[in-house]
Ligand binder design. Structure first.
Ligand code: AMP
Length: 473
């Protein structure tokens, strides 16, 4: 079965429903109301009843569509049913995600949606000291949210066992594929019981993800958001053709614009992020850089300041920006275009979240026009030129060049070191895989992480709940 969810909230002949019609228990209805959600998003309307039936679900949905609540709410409902005690070192629900930020984000969402049910929760991510993670699961835990590498480390030492898992969620599966986690995912799936419910979410459905679904999902209900519901379509996109040397000055001018509020500036490299952030600060703008060479506490501090309006601008690399879920971002600025066109879609999806609108401005120098052409091909439209500064205007407004490679471009993807077995170090002794290591992974399972356990109390509202969760995590 395949359900296509239409962009305007109507799908398969019936209109959007309310949370109470989805079969959710009262403590969950109270929790979503406390979050300020009045109506389920289309993916929630489809996925929640499907997951509640116990069927496997294969969902095509991007971040920003409300997919986290779509799988977390029915999972919490199932956990609320009385059952046997979870054995020591075991968990009942396993959620696997590509990045530590996303893992923390999902952990915060579970706390918020589960505030009246109080599930026990452990977030297991690379870079953090293993000891607290081992402790968090020692007595058995309802839910583990994990990045693949560290989870396998713990499984290898016997600190975590997966033989009591009844529900698995593979989130952002295409991102896990991009980061080289497929072998780890298959190893993990080989260790969970065959009789389990599996949900797989992916923004795109390339062949390897389809094969993964074929191998590990049983007769899944398929749900796909219609392409026009993508955040990319709600974002007002512009390109400024700018001389390379003038980019920083133009960036300052753009950010000082009257309509520019909380913004994320993307650079291709970690050093570039630092340099741009320093330049913005020198120009009197409040900013912080966030990337894989920053420690987890530095990243959390920068994010908390960004959420709390302590700083207006976050300068980020692609991987560091994964899982950043901050509302009300008015602008995404591409100081440099990404080498991989799909990253453009992820970047601009940081604005226009949860149905809101937003603007994305790309500063494109002559050498980047091929990358721009790749992006336009991917999104199936040309991006309007809003200005030409010091650079020759592209012919008839169309981007020049064609290939996705740019000889002079730093190959950002080459610096990634996914947390595969090859790149991992032993858990014995202190964990040296911090984000501070030179050349360390932007990717995710590295850097200082945190353990969340128990149920957070108090935070009201989405934003407060999140920053609270990451601060206390
Ligand atoms: P996600 O796609 O799960 O990352 O969610 C994107 C954003 O949508 C998050 O800020 C959620 O808090 C928010 N959200 C999720 N469900 C709803 C809803 N039904 N109504 C309003 N906002 C929502």
């Amino acid at each position: 079965m395949r359900t296509l969810v239409l962009p305007d909230g109507e799908h398969e002949g019936f209109t959007l429903t309310s949370f109470s019609n989805l079969g959710l228990a009262e403590p969950l209805l109270r929790a979503v109301a406390a979050e300020g959600y009045t109506q389920p998003t289309p993916i929630q309307t489809e996925a929640i009843p499907a997951i509640l039936t116990g069927r496997d679900v294969l969902g095509t949905a991007q971040t920003g569509t409300g997919k986290t609540a779509a799988f977390v709410l029915p999972i919490l409902q199932r956990l609320a049913n009385p059952c046997e005690r979870t054995p020591r070192r075991a968990c009942r629900v396993l959620i696997v995600t590509p990045t530590r930020e996303l893992a923390n984000q999902i952990g915060a969402n579970i706390r918020a949606y589960g505030r009246y049910l109080r599930p026990s929760l452990a977030v297991i991510i690379g870079g953090a000291k293993p000891g607290p993670q081992v402790q968090a699961v020692a007595a058995g835990v309802d839910i583990v949210v994990a990045t693949p590498g560290r989870l396998l480390d713990h499984v290898g030492t016997g600190a975590v066992r997966l033989d009591h898992v009844h529900t698995v969620v593979l989130d952002e599966a295409d991102q896990m594929l991009d980061l080289g986690f497929m072998p780890d995912i298959r190893r993990i799936m080989a260790k969970v019981p065959a009789t389990r419910q599996t949900t797989l979410f992916s923004a795109t459905m390339p062949k390897p993800i389809r094969m993964l679904a074929d191998d590990f999902l049983t007769d899944p209900i398929e749900i796909a958001l219609a392409p026009t519901a993508r955040p990319v379509d709600r974002v007002q996109q512009q390109v400024m053709h700018v001389d390379h040397a003038q980019k920083r000055g133009v960036l300052v001018d753009v950010l000082k614009g009257a309509d520019v509020g909380r913004s994320i500036v993307f650079t291709r490299t970690k050093r570039g992020a630092d340099r741009v952030s320093a330049h913005l600060q020198a120009a009197g703008l409040s900013s912080a850089a966030i990337h894989g060479n920053k420690s987890q506490s530095q990243r959390e501090r920068a994010l908390a300041a960004f959420r709390g309006n302590g700083i207006q601008i976050l300068v980020a690399t692609d991987i560091a920006a994964r899982g950043i879920d901050v509302d009300d971002i008015s602008h995404v600025i591409n100081f440099e275009l990404p080498n991989v066109p799909e990253a453009y879609v992820h970047r601009i999806g940081r604005t226009a979240r949860a149905g809101a609108s937003g603007a994305a401005i790309s500063l494109c120098d002559v050498g980047e026009r091929g990358l721009l052409a790749d992006i336009e091909r991917l999104i199936g439209r040309s991006i309007a030129t809003s200005a030409v500064v010091g650079a020759p205007a592209p012919r008839s407004g169309a981007p020049a060049g064609s290939g996705r490679t740019r000889p002079d471009a730093p190959a950002a993807t080459k610096t990634r070191q996914p947390d595969t077995a090859r790149n991992r170090r032993s858990l014995a002794g202190s964990d040296r895989r911090t984000g501070n290591r030179a050349g360390s992974s932007e990717a995710v399972d590295a850097g200082l992480g945190r353990v969340l356990s128990g149920n957070g109390k108090g935070p009201r509202g989405r934003r407060q709940g999140r920053s609270n969760a990451s601060a206390s995590a």
